[in-house]
Every structure is written in C-alpha cells, then in structure tokens.
Design a binder for this molecule. Structure first.
Ligand code: FMN
Length: 361
C-alpha cells in the first residue's frame, strides 16, 4: 500500500497524526541556567500538528552545555520547565520526544565552569569558532576521556532520559550526529583510542550501544530514537570509513526495536565529500524499524521519499522555523513562508524569529 506523508502512522505503541517530524533545533531560548520557560512551551505548541515534535539538543549534565541559552535535563528546574512544554504540546494533540545530548569536544571551558572539554581523543575541532561569554573563540584541544570516566557519561544520558520521562516526554532521541560526543566516538576521524572504545568499527560503536542500553532501561526501546549523520561535515566531521561505520551501527541498532532511526541523509547541512553520500535505501537494507529522513527536504521530496517507501517519516528543520503550521500548509497546498533570518536562530529569550510567524490556517 502506498504511504502518504499526511497519513497517520505508528512508531512502537505511539500513534502519530502524520509522518512529518519537527527536526530538533537549538534555539537558545532557555534561561541562563538551562531552564525552559513559557516561550519555549509556546513555540513547541505552535508546531504540535507535526506527527512528532523532537525538542532541541538538551545537555545531560552541567558539563554538557555548549551554548548560552540551551536547555538542560539535569536539575529540578529543568524538569519543571520542560513540563510546561510537554503539557502544551499534549494539550494541542501532539507527541514530543526530547533530544538528549553531550557536546564532547564541541564546547568551550568558558561554558562549562572552566572544565576542559572531553572527547574520545585529544583532537581539536578545527575550522570554526564557538560563542562563549567572552565572545567568539577557537575550540580548545579536548581531554581524552579515561576508561573509568565512561560509565559516568553513560549515567548522564540515563539521568537525562529519567528527567525526560518525569517531565512526560513521549520518548527521547539520542543525539549521535553532527560531531557531538557520541558521533566523535563513532567516527575514526575523531576516535584514535586503542582501548575497548576505539580501534575498530565495533569498538567505536560501543559507547553508543551502551548509552542505548542504559536509556532503554528508562524508556522501552520503542520510545527511543537515535540520530546519525553519515554524510555530515558539520563540526569538522567525516571519516573515510563512514559507510562501513554507519552501516554497522544501523545493523546493531536494529536489534533494539527502536522507535526510529533518524538519518540525516540529505546534503543540505554540509557534505564531507569522501565518497558517495549514504542513502536511506542503504539504511533500509539493514534497519527494519521506522526510518526517518532529514536534510533539505521540501514537501514534494518528502512526499516522494515516503510514498516510494524510502522513509517512514521525514523531519523538517529550517522550513519549520518560519512555518509553525507546516502540516496544514502542506495539506492545503499553501505556499510556505520564506526562510527565517538566520540571525534570529539563536537570539536569546526573544519571541522575534521564534514564535512570531504568521499561520495561513
Ligand atoms: C537553527 C538550527 C539549530 C539546529 N539544532 C540542532 C539540534 O539541536 N540537534 C540536531 O540534531 N540538529 C540540529 N540542527 C539540524 C537540524 O535538525 C536539521 O538536521 C537541519 O536543519 C537540516 O534539515 P532542514 O534542511 O530541514 O533544515 C539544527 C539546525 C538549525 C538550522
């Protein structure tokens, strides 16, 4: 039977109104201590007609923060703050997952109380700078995590999932994409370890596997998604053995019965150009659960990907910033608003460029 982007679907035991997801997007509107407020609840509620809302990258520890105004999932105030969002989205008939995240080397000591950023290996993120309270700065050389420190990283993700559950999120997405800590462990470019967590494709996958195991002790596996970016160059990533690494990861993840595998297959967020891009079809060949595509999709290409069976769900990022009623616009064939001004993407605590877009419906 042909699938349709606007048709309801089910992931695990969760009924979704359609196959459109709001891609996780950092918008830095939380309070200085990472507490989400009413403005964030309003933003997510505006987008609740998405089949699935995936709330932005959320730090799982005070040492796992990379921008001022990003939310956390590690203290009481975060729990209370996120409850406002989940209540608002549920009241609007939506379903919402929280993206749980650790930046690894992609942060700065000025954002994490003077601690040196951590990573699989002491390899610096080159070719870009990061915003700190003292202005833009180059990334620092991270400290390679000691073997004995790894259980604590896993525990951070588990505690993040516990907080998400207590805050009534329908599930969590484990962020293993875009050059953050779990992606740094997966990829040979950033992981030069010679212990159990590096040196081979299997060993580089180990940390992600252990995080999935821990998180699935909190939520059933069918409420846990994982995000991968096999083609990405963002945060100075891209490894020559990307195809073998990501195929292996998807094969292994298949055994869990996850809610979904979220693959940034499109090239609209940067491409490492180390070979042919990996396609959804390659992931379909090894992953039997729901597959979500993302990156540069338009309503037309998303519909084609779903109706041709390449994906079960498509996540939209930038189109959703300026089109809170994206689902209704697609349903009605209504033209989309122009893309939002990128200078408002990360402005702190302002409604401008965040909750002030017009709806057509
Ligand atoms: C402002 C902004 C913030 C983003 N923040 C995140 C994030 O927190 N977590 C994540 O996995 N991806 C993040 N991304 C990537 C998006 O989820 C998405 O993959 C990307 O925008 C490509 O999809 P699109 O072409 O539909 O926009 C962000 C992208 C943008 C534009």
């Amino acid at each position: 039977m042909t699938q349709n982007l606007l048709e309801p679907t089910q992931i695990g035991d969760l009924q979704l109104n359609n196959r459109i997801a709001l891609a996780p997007m950092t918008r830095t509107r939380a309070a200085g201590d990472g507490t989400p407020g009413d403005l964030m609840a309003a933003y997510y509620a505006q987008r609740a007609s998405a089949g699935l809302v995936i709330a932005e990258a959320t730090g799982v520890d005070v040492s796992a923060i990379a921008w001022m105004g990003m939310p956390g999932a590690y203290q009481e105030s975060h729990l209370a703050g996120w409850k406002k969002t989940t209540e608002a989205v549920h009241a609007s008939g939506g379903k919402i997952f929280l993206q749980i995240w650790h930046p690894g080397r992609a942060t700065h000591s000025l954002l994490i109380d003077g601690r040196q950023p951590v990573a699989p290996s002491a390899i610096r993120l080159e070719n870009s700078e990061t915003h700190t309270p003292e202005g833009k700065k180059p990334y620092e050389v991270p400290r390679a995590l000691g073997l004995k420190e790894i259980p604590e990283i896993i525990a951070m993700f588990k505690r993040g999932a516990e907080l998400a559950k207590a805050a009534d999120f329908d599930g969590v997405e484990i962020h293993s994409a875009n050059g953050y800590l779990l992606d740094q462990f997966l990829q040979s470019k950033t992981n030069h370890r010679t212990d159990a967590y590096g040196g081979s494709i299997e060993s580089r996958y180990r940390l992600l596997d252990e995080v999935v195991q821990a998180v699935t002790e909190v939520y059933p596996a069918n409420r846990v998604g994982v995000r991968l970016s096999p083609n990405g160059v963002f945060d100075d990533m891209g490894s020559p053995d990307y195809r073998e690494q990501f195929t292996y990861a998807a094969q292994q993840l298949d055994a869990y019965g996850l809610a979904y595998l979220h693959v940034m297959d499109g090239l609209a967020f940067g491409f490492h150009e180390l070979g042919d891009p990996m396609t959804l079809a390659e992931f379909r060949a090894v992953f039997n659960g729901p597959l979500m595509g993302n990156c540069g999709y338009t309503p037309e290409t998303a519909e084609a990907a779903v109706s041709e069976g390449h994906a079960d769900l498509i996540a939209f990022g930038r189109p959703y910033i300026s089109n809170p009623d994206l689902v209704e616009r697609i349903a009605g064939g209504i033209p989309l608003n122009p893309e939002a001004d990128p200078s408002t993407w990360y402005s702190s605590n302002t409604a401008e460029g965040y909750t002030d877009f017009t709806t057509a419906t």
